[in-house]
Write a protein of this length. Structure first.
Length: 566
């Protein structure tokens, strides 16, 4: 009996120990569960607050894209000091901090903490509109974010191997290019979560091929007749090397056309009945003349009347008179003939830096076959096959006028691209794509000197009015606005003509056609007759380069960091 009682006590002790161990294990498991929940919650908060800060970077980049003049406005930027580690200067290493500029909030700041006022470091944040700011994230967590900016105003270099230096805006060596570091702070105030991320971005222009463009560039022949006046690009082929006309094929001259420098164009007729010089009515207020000329000894080319050949150094063309490009110059020609391989194979690539055509017959050095791409319909999300040039224009055009049935039936354009405004329209600016009925009649105008236009015209057109900016006549896939999925190769006749886009200019006394900028034709320029002018004007083209449609931002590789904390 005593042994049984001892065994019973031992069993009870073992059971108690096992229950105690089970309890401890349960408590440990419960603690681990709580720890995992906390870890998961912290991980969720970290991811959400990081995404919030990334939203600030994206909206900061978009703000600069929508306000490109902010990058060149000295009043909106102040110099950082080497010792200033406050927002946002502290995001830049001290070794180069003193060369940087920070957004000073003179154009407004951002209410980061939601207090209803902008104070302290909030004044250094970009003024993102309140309506565009995300208020909640995840499971309706309240979030706040703001973004500042630090910029290097890049100085010009004497040689490409020189180091990149930062200078003050307005400095004589400033190039107008800025490398910006966006500093975004994201927070979840109710959760105690906060983070800072930075991203360096650079600017680039869609029109990198514009500054060297001559007034007339054509992949087909150019027929200059009547009293056409062409003001040259004085630095088109290099510093001090003018080009007025550059053609893949021959230039045909009759009548009394002339080419000259801008100063001679204005002075030759200034103050008399032949031309009226006036100042543009908007900044920068430079002189213009709709009916001046390049006559007499001021002319670079064509100072002989009638059918006499007189091509100066500013005319580049292929006369077609011989195939031996090493032969001595003929009488009346200042330059050797342009070799086929010396002319751009694809004018779209030459101007927009996006290859849209390829050469199916390398012997002729002419791109005649469309390169295909696809464009995601912004309204349906469906990928639509089309040519690279068409996809590029749908992606980047700010305005599409007179859309064809191919565009409207497939609902390919964004709602903000299509316009019901009358065409032509002087208020047009930026990249405008006209798909049909694109002529410009006498008395009509597109663009202004202060807000010029890049007008892309599908196919052939006739110009009788006034244009400020650049006209690009685009060769289509035969008669189609959009290249079919099977692709397109030019016919033999189209290859011989240099494309199927054909330009005509007509004008007479009192209703001359005037282009202040440049004309680029994927085809021939025929019948450029009458009292018309194509006037290269660097001020107008610089205004065009600075417009929103052409200034793009891109992240610098390796430019993202979260090493800074505010």
């Amino acid at each position: 009996m005593q042994s049984a009682r001892r065994e019973s006590g031992t069993v009870l002790f073992v059971v108690i120990i096992l229950l105690l161990l089970a309890g401890i294990l349960s408590l440990f498991a419960l603690n681990m569960g709580v720890f995992e929940q906390r870890t998961s919650g912290n991980d969720l908060r970290a991811k959400l607050v990081n995404e919030v800060a990334e939203s600030g970077l994206a909206q900061g980049m978009e703000y600069l894209h929508q306000n490109p003049t902010s990058l060149t406005s000295a009043s909106q930027w102040s110099a950082c000091t080497a010792a200033d580690d406050s927002f946002p200067c502290g995001s830049v290493p001290a070794s180069r901090r003193s060369t940087m500029l920070y957004w000073n909030g003179s154009a407004g700041g951002h209410d980061f903490d939601g207090s209803g006022t902008v104070s302290g470091w909030e004044k250094r944040m970009l003024p993102i509109p309140a309506a565009n700011v995300i208020a909640t994230a995840g499971n309706q967590f309240a979030v706040r974010y703001g973004v500042g900016a630090v910029m290097c105003a890049v100085a010009s270099k004497a040689t490409s191997s020189d180091p990149t230096l930062c200078v003050d805006i307005g400095d004589a060596s400033a190039t107008g290019t800025g490398v910006v570091t966006l500093v975004s702070v994201g927070a979840m105030p109710d959760e105690g979560a906060r983070t800072t991320v930075t991203q360096s971005v650079g600017t680039y222009s869609l029109l990198s091929g514009l500054t060297n463009a001559p007034p007339i560039l054509a992949s087909g022949s150019v027929d200059v007749t009547g009293g056409l006046q062409v003001v040259t690009n004085p630095n088109s082929a290099g510093a001090g090397v003018p080009v007025s006309i550059w053609s893949r094929k021959s230039l045909k001259k009759t009548g009394t056309p002339n080419t000259c420098y801008y100063n001679e164009f204005l002075h030759n007729s200034s103050g008399d009945a032949n031309g009226t010089v006036y100042l543009d009515d908007a900044s920068p207020n430079f002189p213009l003349c709709d009916n001046c000329n390049c006559g007499g000894s001021d002319s670079l080319s064509f100072d002989n009347a009638g059918n006499k050949v007189d091509y100066g150094i500013d005319v580049l063309q292929n006369s077609g008179l011989n195939s031996d490009y090493s032969q001595p110059l003929q009488s009346g020609y200042a330059n050797y003939d342009v070799k086929p391989q010396e002319f751009p194979c694809d004018l779209f690539a030459q101007f927009f830096k996006v290859k849209a055509w390829e050469d199916s017959d390398p012997k002729d050095n002419f791109c005649d076959k469309k390169i295909m791409s696809s464009y995601k319909n912004p309204n349906t999300g469906v990928d639509t096959p089309m040519g690279v040039d068409e996809a590029y224009l749908f992606e980047n055009a700010g305005t599409i006028v007179n859309p064809t049935a191919e565009t409207t039936s497939a609902n390919l354009a964004r709602a903000d691209q299509l316009t019901t405004a009358a065409y032509p329209n002087a208020s047009f600016s930026g990249l405008v794509w006209c798909q049909e009925d694109c002529g410009i009649n006498s008395g009509e105008q597109i663009g202004t000197a202060a807000s010029p236009v890049l007008l892309v015209i599908d196919g052939s057109t006739t110009i009788k009015g006034k244009v400020f900016g650049v006209i690009f006549l685009r060769t289509k896939a035969g008669t189609a606005t959009l290249t079919p999925a099977a692709g397109y190769t030019m016919t033999t006749a189209e290859v011989d003509a240099g494309g199927n886009a054909e330009l005509e200019m007509h004008g007479g006394a009192g209703n001359s056609a005037v282009i202040y900028g440049a004309i680029i034709v994927q085809g021939p320029a025929t019948k450029l007759n009458g009292s018309n002018s194509v006037v290269y004007n660097s001020d107008i083209l610089q205004n065009l380069l600075g417009e929103d449609d052409f200034t793009k931002f891109v992240g610098v590789p390796g430019g993202w960091s979260d090493r800074t904390s505010y």
